[in-house]
Design a binder for this molecule. Structure first.
Ligand code: TMP
Length: 204
């Protein structure tokens, strides 16, 4: 029987720099002959990428947004994540369900209990093996976003919105200390990389 792969998720407020570090994790794993795929949410499948386009640009009711996030996620798990893990690959996902708690519950006040119902419907049997939370004071994340390309719908939200979602992430990290590693993203990039590599090596 093949050994199952591992599922690593990358979370944080926008502008925390997680994308750069995902590529470093790919290099680390590849150097150890571990097969890896990189994916993202919302998105990761043809259908999910269509939903992503709507989710990031069209205004909609927050509960509609939550349902569409989970519709995209269901397809992502069935089509990409589970088959890859069953093949023994490591799957690195730029965001997953914790982002729905942070953004739709924390940011937009969708009921926590409704997100829990969707989570248990869509993936009750399944959690990340490791979640790296790139944590950053919100003022800095907003400064970084200003230097970026045109902002999407979420990136245009208020400082209060970002503070709420950061707090939800930090609470999730406290609730799930075995799965979570909080990475201080407000330090020199080499130090961030060091912490990321150490966290990933801890599950190898
Ligand atoms: P990204 O910019 O990190 O690729 O993420 C896309 C945006 O989607 C980001 O602003 C966070 C948001 N998002 C949610 O609001 N809920 C979710 O469940 C996910 C996965 C992402």
């Amino acid at each position: 029987m093949k050994v199952k792969g591992k599922f690593i998720t990358f979370e944080g407020v926008d502008g925390a720099g997680k994308s750069t570090h995902i590529d470093e994790v790919i290099s680390l794993l590849t150097s150890k002959n571990i097969k890896v795929i990189k994916t993202r949410e919302p998105g990761g499948t043809k259908l999910g990428e269509k939903l992503r386009d709507m989710l990031l640009h069209d205004e909609m009711d927050p509960e509609t947004e939550t349902l569409l996030m989970f519709a995209a996620r269901r397809q992502h798990i069935a089509e990409i994540i589970k088959p890859a893990l069953d093949e023994g690959l490591f799957v690195l996902s730029d965001r997953f369900t914790d982002a729905t708690y942070a953004y739709q519950y924390g940011g937009k006040h969708v009921a926590y209990s409704k997100i829990e119902i969707l989570e248990s419907w869509v993936h009750s049997d399944f959690k990340a093996d490791l979640t790296l939370l790139f944590d950053l004071p919100v003022e800095i994340s907003i400064e970084r976003l200003k230097k970026n390309r045109a902002p999407d719908k979420f990136e245009k939200e208020s400082e209060a919105f970002f503070n709420r979602l950061r707090n939800v992430y930090l609470n999730l990290a406290r609730q799930h200390p075995n799965r979570y590693r909080v990475i201080n993203a407000n330090q020199a990039i080499e130090l961030v990389s060091h912490d990321v590599i150490e966290a990933v090596e801890s599950i190898l």
